[in-house]
Design a protein around this ligand. Structure first.
Ligand SMILES: Nc1ncnc2c1ncn2[C@@H]1O[C@H](COP(=O)(O)OP(=O)(O)O)[C@@H](O)[C@H]1O
Ligand SMILES: [Mg+2]
Length: 277
């Protein structure tokens, strides 16, 4: 986790510095969005978004309800196109590859770009083990590799220690925080480069929330995270850079400390000083 910085007057803790790129970390952005417009029928939800998401870091999307945060996430892993009458224009690339390119198959996009939703969404009729294994089996994995991957994913999220001997229990018997960590393990199993998280802690208590925030920080060693949050303190605690959205546009994208202490746009300043969510 990032160290807190002295209270800037907003009551917000936050990261003190930008992350140092580690050995082997690519300088190129992991996700790049250019000229993205998204529509639901006649409603324009994204009105021309340009965004570079740095690799191996947490990028937080903040902004009022309806500003387009969820739509932006859903355009990155191509969930948007599953809404009837939805369409989009523009480009989304992951490591330089256009996810809407004609040669790209949808399952490949979903393997590279995983997603965690607002409420825990484990498969209710399945065991803890099967929740993580099912995607791997669907992707064709068989034999000991499945178990090794499931165990590794459960270890990362801390569920192996808690449930290692009870992996056959139904997922719905877990606490909300455990269920959400199980969903993160499920997202991790195919080893995605990018993980999208849409307000993943909004249904959780403060202890479970802190547990997941710590995990998000750890995941950046191997993954690029885009996190939607309505909680300013959470953005300050976990994000390396923060994107402020309004009316389907990116108003400002800055290092977390800078966005809170020296916002460049008056609209950002109004939002971060008026919302303690
Ligand atoms: N399924 C949908 N059908 C029609 N309009 C939608 C749908 N989902 C979102 N919208 C509209 O798109 C805009 C952006 O919504 P959304 O991306 O959910 O914002 P946020 O996640 O920031 O709250 C809003 O005006 C919202 O009403
Ligand atoms: Mg949303």
């Amino acid at each position: 986790m990032n160290p807190p910085f002295p209270d800037p007057g907003l009551g917000l803790p936050g990261p003190a510095t930008m992350p140092e790129p580690g050995p082997g970390v690519a300088a190129a952005p992991r996700v790049e969005v250019a000229g993205l417009r998204a529509f639901y029928g006649d409603v324009e939800a994204l009105a021309g978004v340009d965004l570079e998401v740095p690799a191996n870091a947490v990028t937080a999307l903040i902004g009022a309800s309806g500003s387009g945060k969820t739509t932006l996430l859903r355009c990155i892993n191509r969930l948007h196109e599953e809404v009837p009458r939805a369409r989009l224009e523009g480009r989304v690339t992951v490591d330089g590859i256009d996810v809407y390119g004609p040669a790209i198959e949808l399952p490949a996009v979903r393997r590279v770009v995983g997603m965690v939703f607002q409420r825990p969404t484990p498969f209710p009729s399945m065991s803890v083990y099967d929740n993580v294994a099912v995607g791997l089996r669907l992707a064709g994995a068989r034999g000991p590799a499945v178990r090794e991957t499931v165990v590794a994913a459960l270890e990362v999220v801390g569920l192996w220690d808690e449930l290692g001997h009870r992996l056959g229990v139904p997922a719905v018997s877990l606490s909300g925080g455990q269920q959400q960590r199980l969903c993160i393990a499920r997202a991790l199993a195919p080893d995605p480069a990018v993980i999208l998280m849409d307000e993943p802690c909004s249904a959780l208590d403060p202890i479970a929330t802190l547990r997941i925030e710590r995990l998000i920080g750890e995941l950046t060693a191997n993954h690029t995270i885009v996190l939607v949050t309505h909680n300013m303190q959470q953005a300050a605690r976990v994000a390396d850079t923060i994107v402020f959205m309004m009316d389907g546009r990116v108003i400002e994208h800055s290092p977390a400390l800078e966005l809170f202490t020296r916002p460049r746009d008056v609209r950002t300043e109004r939002y971060v000083t008026g919302n303690f969510g």
